[in-house]
Design a protein around this ligand. Structure first.
Ligand code: SF4
Length: 241
């Protein structure tokens, strides 16, 4: 998205929310590569209070629930609010994939005071197209995509409720899985939706569990699972998975 915006307006300023080591190190390499490709500095904005999402969880003693996840507000919304000017036009990387387009709609509805655009939606560009554009321009996408992750979010994203996602995290990042599972137990957050059942009232409800209750042989495939990128709506976004 930034590449296309810069082609049209070289004066535009790319900005990145730096979440420190919450994300895979190769995702930070990716930002450095983009910077070289753009031929323009990407301004990194970060929280003045927290170095990573774990510090937020420990301080708030909360991971995720009905009110969403505290990490987005602390590490993305606050730094952005401190950085932005009322006159800014915000260009977001939402793609024209159905769920992503809906996220942009929610972003616009929830932040009516911002001037917002989503150039990839305007151009009908889907997520898979963006990967192709990167490839054609010799930019290696972040490693997490190569192992089947649906996005470059923080490892062990507390917004994720898919057992397949957590099974994949357990396989590739056992230390993150162990740490997040321990936090889930300590803060009482059953992040995973492992199935559905009919309650006594006849209504269907989710069966939730802790990540470390997922059977060891659970599949790690993420096809068809979509819990979105971590935009600025994480606090309000429903968890899909
Ligand atoms: S990607 Fe997940 S863990 Fe990271 S800030 Fe967003 S909601 Fe929090």
């Amino acid at each position: 998205m930034a590449h296309l915006v810069l082609l049209n307006d070289p004066g535009a300023q790319p900005v990145h929310c730096d979440l420190g080591d919450s994300v895979h190190e190769d995702s930070r390499r990716f930002i450095d590569d983009l910077e070289k490709w753009f031929g323009k500095d990407i301004i990194r904005i970060r929280s003045e209070e927290y170095a990573n999402v774990d510090e937020v969880f420990e301080h708030k003693k909360y991971l995720s629930g009905m009110l969403g996840a505290p990490c987005t507000g602390a590490m993305k919304v606050v730094p952005r609010m401190n950085f932005q000017l009322p006159s800014d036009i915000h260009f977001w990387g939402y793609t024209s994939d159905k769920l992503d387009a809906k996220r942009f709609d929610r972003m616009v509805a929830n932040h009516a005071n911002l001037h917002q655009r989503a150039p990839l939606i305007e151009m009908g560009i889907k997520k898979r197209d963006t990967h192709e554009i990167l490839k054609k321009n010799g930019i290696r996408r972040p490693f997490v995509y190569e192992i089947g992750m649906p996005n470059g979010n923080c490892l062990g994203c507390v917004k994720a409720s898919s057992p397949n996602y957590w099974s994949l995290i357990r396989k590739w990042f056992p230390e993150v899985f162990k740490r997040r599972s321990e936090q889930c137990r300590r803060f009482g957050a059953r992040l995973v939706i492992i199935g559905r059942e009919k309650g006594p009232d006849g209504k269907t409800r989710n069966i939730r569990c802790f990540p470390d209750e997922i059977p060891g042989d659970w599949p790690t495939t993420m096809k068809g699972v979509n819990f979105g990128g971590c935009g600025f709506l994480c606090e309000m976004q429903e968890m899909i998975g």
